[in-house]
Structures are given as structure tokens and as C-alpha cells.
Design a protein around this ligand. Structure first.
Ligand code: GDP
Length: 330
């Protein structure tokens, strides 16, 4: 099973999926558009969340960082007058040092991730969306000074706590980013029939993955189920609403389904969602996309496992065995 993931909503779903599918059978294509260099090391925020989820180190009360972390190096740096945009715990920093060293010695990000996964005892397959460089860049206006600047996403979300008005979102480098050989082989493998697009931010998590050249076309050959990260007019957490508005989108599950229209077979929106009305759903259904409803709010492992189980049943129900695409979902 293939899953497209960012660093919060989809990892929650994967946490539930792990009760039903062995880790070795999970292939996760992960957003790298939020990766950035800090204190001399490459921080791959979403990849690390997944590595730590599978290694059992993730702090699942926050869905980032590791449990029982220590901050000795960060504290020493601060005493020396050096502050970090994203404070790195000691464990996290060690992983980032190893990754950066592997990259400097000529390994690709895919290879470096495999090596680190092996060292952490992770048997799931965690695949960076590309080995190229894609940076999510935000043009923003400071609410106090009115100054407009174009900065990396992490400066907007972590540095400025998501406060500035967003004027533009760009995926720098996306037009030159290629699929990795590993991801290509995975998506061309006829035995890998099913893809889940998890409830992640459609602009800054799933959007960059879909922007990698060739990704959308290969996904069209699969049976794809997407889960909405938006309930009503609000994301469950994070800046997705603000980012969607800045991209000229409505903040709704309908707008998310629209982004995935050409690749999905089934779209799961929340039972509380009043915007995906039967009339809205019928517009998608005319195009062969089934709209399903379920409780998608994952407050605990129990809800994650129930949503994961619902998705697996949908795959079972829609696979017609003849073509590579779901066409007779009932
Ligand atoms: P990021 O890399 O931290 O931005 O994480 P993601 O893009 O993977 O996840 C952020 C998105 O997950 C937000 O748009 C949230 O609305 C969504 N999200 C978080 N928790 C849940 C949940 O329990 N259910 C649903 N449906 N969406 C969620």
C-alpha cells in the first residue's frame, strides 16, 4: 500500500493503519517541501515525523519531535547567544547530523533515509517525494510593519507563528524535481494497487508531492482514496485554511476534492461536514468519484484505527479485479 503524507494528519492515520497492515507493506511518499538547513544540518520535518512514528520515538501528544527529549546542545547554543528557528532536541539533531553527513558523502536523500530508517529499526518504506530540491516559499505581509517579504515556509509557520498575511505560495524547484527511481518503480508496480492520500495540507504537504514531474500520471493508474483534512470551513489544525485562501481556493472539503479530481476514485469527508452536500457530491460522482463519509477526527489511536479500517474496506469493495482503476465501487 502506498500513502502520500505530510507531517501531522496522515501520520495519525498511518498510526491506525499499522494495526491492520504490516509495517513492511507500507510505502510512504513524503513531502520534502518543508525541509530546510539549520545549524549546518538538513532538517526533513515530515520524513522525521514518520521515522519517529515507526521507531516508536514520536511524541504523539504533539505529532512532532521525540518523546522524553533533551535539549543540551540547544541550551548550550543559546548560552552562546545562538538561537535556532526550530529548536532541535539532542536526538533529532543527531539524526540530522547523520543525514547531512550521508548527503555530504554523496548519498541521495532516498539512500540517507533508508540508512537512518535501518538504524532506527524502521521496517516501513519511507520515500522522499524527490531527491531534488523543492522549497515551499511564502510571500507574506507583516501585520505590524506592513513589510512584504518572500521567505521559506518554516520562517512563516515556525518563525512568525503563521501570523502574517499570505500573498503568494510558490513551490520553488518543483518544475525541475524528478521522481526518484524508487518512487517510479513503486508507482509502476502492478502489485501496488492502492494509494491513500492522507488528510494532510493540500497546499504545502500533498501539493508539493503532486507537483513532482510524472507523479500525477502514475497515480492515475492506481485506485486512490483521499481523506479530507478540512471539516466544514476549517482545517482540523494548522494553517491549511489560510494557505488555501491565499491560493484562491475555498476552505472546504469540496475544494480539496477538486485539487485531487483527476487522480482519485474515492474521497472521504467527515460526517460533520455540511459543505459537501449531496448535490456537491453528485457533481463528483458524475465523474466516477465516490464521496464517502466517516468520522475522520482522530483524537486517539482508536479513531485512527477505525478510519484506517474503513478505508481498507473501501478498497476491498471497489476493486473490480479487471482494470487498474476503480470503476464499480458500490
Ligand atoms: P504538516 O506537515 O504538519 O502541515 O502536516 P500535514 O499536512 O500532514 O497535516 C496537517 C493537516 O492535517 C491539517 O490540514 C489538518 O486539518 C489535518 N488534520 C490533522 N489532524 C486531523 C484529523 O484528526 N482528521 C482530519 N481529517 N484531518 C486532520
Amino acid at each position: 500500500m502506498i500513502i502520500l503524507s505530510g507531517g501531522t494528519g496522515t501520520p495519525k492515520l498511518i498510526n491506525g493503519l499499522r494495526h491492520l497492515v504490516p509495517d513492511e507493506e507500507l510505502h510512504i511518499i513524503v513531502n520534502t517541501g518543508e525541509d530546510f538547513y539549520e545549524s549546518g544540518v538538513l532538517v526533513t520535518a515530515d520524513i522525521d515525523t514518520l521515522l519517529y512514528l515507526f521507531s516508536g520515538d514520536l511524541d504523539t501528544s504533539k505529532w512532532w519531535g521525540v518523546r522524553n527529549e533533551t535539549w543540551h546542545t540547544y541550551d548550550h547554543l543559546k548560552r552562546l547567544g545562538y538561537d535556532e528557528l526550530l529548536p532541535l532536541s539532542d536526538f533529532d539533531r543527531a539524526v540530522n547530523i547523520l543525514r547531512t553527513d550521508l548527503l555530504n558523502s554523496g548519498k541521495t536523500l532516498t539512500q540517507a533515509t533508508e540508512i537512518i530508517a535501518g538504524k532506527l529499526g524502521v521496517s516501513a518504506d519511507i520515500c522522499p517525494m524527490t531527491d531534488g530540491k523543492v522549497d515551499t516559499m511564502i510571500t507574506m505581509k507583516d501585520p505590524e510593519t506592513g513589510i512584504v517579504s518572500r521567505e521559506h515556509y518554516q520562517n512563516f509557520w515556525v518563525g512568525k507563528k503563521g501570523r502574517p498575511e499570505i500573498l503568494k505560495v510558490e513551490r520553488e524547484g518543483a518544475d525541475q524535481a524528478d521522481l526518484t527511481e524508487k518512487v517510479r518503480r513503486l508507482l509502476e508496480d502492478p502489485d501496488e494497487k492502492y494509494v491513500i492520500i492522507g488528510p494532510s495540507n493540500p497546499v504545502t504537504s500533498i501539493g508539493p508531492i503532486l507537483s513532482v514531474s510524472g507523479m500525477r500520471d502514475l497515480l492515475k493508474t492506481k485506485t486512490v482514496i483521499a481523506v479530507s483534512p478540512i471539516i466544514g470551513n476549517e482545517p482540523v489544525s494548522g494553517p491549511a485554511g489560510k494557505l488555501m485562501k491565499a491560493c484562491g481556493m475555498d476552505v472546504s472539503s469540496v475544494a480539496v476534492a477538486e485539487v485531487y479530481r483527476d487522480i482519485i476514485d474515492i474521497f472521504v469527508c467527515d460526517i460533520r461536514d455540511s459543505i459537501m452536500t449531496p448535490e456537491e457530491a453528485s457533481v463528483f460522482e458524475k465523474d466516477g468519484i465516490c464521496i464517502e463519509r466517516y468520522d475522520t477526527l482522530m483524537k486517539s489511536g482508536k479513531e485512527s484505527a477505525e478510519l484506517a479500517s474503513f478505508i481498507l474496506k473501501l478498497f476491498d469493495g471497489c476493486w473490480n479485479g479487471k482494470t487498474n482503476k476503480c470503476r464499480n465501487h458500490s
